[in-house]
Design a protein. Structure first.
Length: 712
């Protein structure tokens, strides 16, 4: 039986357990027994327990990544965590000095937020090094502290060697699995788009979910670019890289396929055909899922034998135009399956060009740090907020009547207090629920006097789950992390009775959660302060994309560099819209008094995707239907439309003075059959609609706040 034909619960479970992120979580977790075994053989059980802590500290930056730059990805957290561990060991006997060190380390650690997603895992690693240093049994004396730090550093060194080797060994697996994850997310997007053809997708909740899914797909596709486009030297690598590029094109056509849909829905006679087009996209989504499942199980996908939907006699010209765009999606799926079955050859030249341009840089820069020292910089405010919260948490821990595991409060504050109010609230709720469940599991294991080997296996599994779901489903991470922390604390202090006081852990968690929640109101970085910059970035990206999409250079270019420039501009649009969508979603959870204008932001996002879709439709005509265009007649129209859009959105060519462009009113035009005749009038209509959308987008963006446009 094929996986795609299995029951839905089994299918979902298999997709999770075989996914790239769970494979990565399991690979990082297996580093725990590996490092523990090596250190145990050299220095004994207590040193092995400390080395286990070191592995847990080193894992946050260890995500799915290309081979090149893997060590650079892991090294900053590894090197910085060693002095942090030693500093806490050295002063832990003095409560005042310890509190000062905890506050200072927290402040410096969370400055890593200046590097965005690359910096956050380093911040978490340093905080874990600080907290788990408190968990290691105290051994007074400089020699004992140095030896404990040596065991910690040895564990990190062993894990670095292990992680780099395992990442290289799993490179082929990661290439396949990130492609599978991208295909599955794309199929979900296809099903959501299909709902709009069935008159089920016009409400605000649906549009919010659609935008959220598009943002998630943008993030996933960047991970896929980094892994799949690196060193495409073999035929299999080129095949999978070409499939990724095909997915990127299909995402554009999915956006373009809903153009004119609202107009057609008002015509009752067109409803049956629109529903059939929705069913066609649903069936294509089924084909993409089947392709993903075949790749997941290393099987050859079934041949693609589906015929595209054909407009019935009497369909309107707009309906036939929409059918043509759905046919583009059909062709993209057919190419995907053909590439997977090796019935089509990849465009090797462009794959190699893409490798040089679309992979995220591995080098680190000091620029984010130098730009950090401003009063309203969110990373700086969060670092101050977190340092104050840790200081208060330590003071409360010292005053508690139990205090045997005072670091639990600090650990809870570390994982709950996030850079935004919305993320803190989400983690607060998940942390409390996850702690209760994790305590029950850990208590059952410890009350049963579970053998040490079983506990080590449980710690490994808990680490795998905590690492895999940290950014996908934090409740799972909270449960696993609680089990991991409690069992690790028991292993670090073998003299403690296995009878575990579950109430202490729950009490410390509730206290830590309360402190984190209260401090989320201290020096808050409300989303409304970031929104204008994000909107400006999105408008600028749209303007640059319009210039690249409407340029004719690609039609006469002798290499791929012109297409690459357009693809780079397109990626920046998706990335900027993803960042804006995520900020808008976070703002929903903020107090009503400080929320940005959410309705205007949602309209900005909707108009942005519509403009992107119009430009995609134009680009498709230029690339795939140019034999049905009068190029000389449209040359001036393309340039004028690019100027209209660029000026409306505040963009212009770098180094060139802006030139005034007279705004043209939208005029109705006679359109020929899109399947049979000259497409030049259709292209002119798309250009006219795109210019109108750009003006509407700029007007709506002005309602979101003081957006600074780069006007000539």
């Amino acid at each position: 039986m094929r996986l795609h034909d299995a029951p839905s619960a089994l299918r979902r479970a298999a997709r999770v357990l075989l996914s790239s992120y769970f494979t990565n979580g399991l690979a990082t977790a297996l580093g725990i027994p590996f490092a523990a075994a090596v250190v145990h053989a050299l220095f004994g059980p207590q040193a092995a327990a400390t080395a286990t802590v070191a592995v847990i500290v080193a894992t946050p930056p260890d995500q799915v990544a290309p081979r090149r730059g893997k060590l650079a990805q892991l090294l900053p957290a590894a090197l910085l965590s060693i002095p942090v561990f030693f500093a806490v060991q050295a002063v832990r006997a003095d409560a005042v000095f310890l509190t000062v060190v905890l506050v200072a380390v927290t402040f410096v650690s969370f400055l890593g937020g200046a590097w965005g997603r690359r910096g956050l895992p380093i911040s978490i690693a340093l905080m874990l090094a600080m907290v788990f240093s408190l968990a290691v049994p105290a051994q007074p004396g400089l020699h004992a502290e140095a030896m404990s730090t040596f065991h910690f550093a040895l564990g990190i060194a062993i894990y670095l060697v292990y992680a780099v080797a395992v990442n290289a060994a799993l490179n082929g697996t990661y290439r396949r699995l990130v492609l599978v994850d991208s295909l599955l997310l794309t199929s979900r997007l296809m099903r959501m788009q299909a709902r709009q053809f069935k008159a089920q997708g016009g409400d605000a909740a649906f549009l919010a979910g659609l935008i959220k899914l598009q943002a998630g797909l943008a993030d996933q596709l960047q991970v896929a670019r980094n892994v799949l486009l690196e060193s495409p030297g073999t035929r299999e690598r080129q095949q999978r890289a070409a499939m990724l590029l095909q997915i990127l094109d299909m995402r554009d056509h999915l956006a373009a396929c809903i153009l004119d849909l609202d107009t057609l829905k008002r015509d009752e006679s067109q409803r049956p055909f629109l529903q059939s087009l929705g069913a066609e996209i649903d069936s294509l989504a089924h084909e993409v899922e089947a392709l993903a499942d075949a790749l997941l199980l290393r099987r050859l996908p079934e041949p693609f034998e589906r015929s595209p939907a054909t407009p019935p006699e009497g369909s309107s010209l707009l309906a036939r135009s929409v059918a043509g765009r759905v046919r583009h999606i059909h062709e993209e799926v057919e190419r995907l399956v053909g590439l997977a079955r090796r019935e089509r050859e990849p465009d090797v030249a462009f794959v190699r060009t893409a490798w040089q341009l679309f992979v995220s840089p591995a080098a680190w820069s000091w620029k984010p740090f130098t730009q950090l020292w401003q009063r309203d910089a969110p990373p700086l405010r969060h670092a101050i907020r977190a340092a104050l919260a840790i200081g208060v948490g330590q003071a409360v821990a010292l005053m508690l009547p139990w205090g045997t595991h005072d670091y639990w409060i600090l650990l809870t504050i570390t994982v709950v207090l996030r850079g935004s109010f919305a993320q803190t609230i989400e983690r607060r709720n998940s942390r409390v629920a996850g702690t209760f469940l994790g305590c029950v599991i850990a208590a059952a294991l410890l009350y049963a006097n579970t053998p040490a080997s079983v506990l080590l296996g449980t710690v490994t599994l808990a680490q795998a789950l905590a690492h895999a779901f940290a950014v996908r489903r934090y409740l799972v991470t909270a449960v696993a992390a609680t089990v991991l922390a409690l069992l690790q604390a028991h292993q670090l202090n073998a003299t403690v009775s296995p009878v575990f006081e579950i109430g202490e852990r729950i009490g410390d968690t509730l206290i830590g959660v309360a402190i984190a929640w209260l401090f989320s109101y201290v020096l808050p970085s409300w989303e409304r302060t970031q929104i204008p910059a994000l909107v400006s970035r999105a408008l600028g990206a749209q303007a640059r994309h319009a210039r690249e999409a409407l340029a004719l250079g690609q039609l006469t270019a002798v290499d791929n560099h012109t297409e690459a420039a357009w693809r780079l501009a397109r990626r920046e649009v998706y990335d900027s819209l993803s960042a804006l969508a995520q900020a808008t979603q976070r703002a929903v959870s903020e107090p009503r008094a400080v929320r940005p204008p959410l309705e205007s932001l949602e309209r900005v996002l909707a108009l942005s995707y519509q403009l992107l879709a119009q430009l995609t439709a134009v680009k498709t005509m230029l690339l795939q239907r140019r034999d049905r265009l009068r190029i000389e007649d449209i040359r001036d129209s393309l340039g004028q439309a690019a100027d209209h859009i660029s000026l409306a959105l505040g963009g212009r060519e770098p180094g060139e003075p802006g030139r005034a462009v007279e705004e043209q009113p939208e005029t109705p035009m006679a359109l020929p059959d899109p399947f049979e005749q000259d497409l030049t009038p259709w292209l002119a209509r798309r250009l006219q609609l795109a210019a109108g959308l750009a003006r509407s987008l700029a007007a709506e963006a002005a309602q979101t706040g003081p957006v600074e446009l780069d006007r000539p």
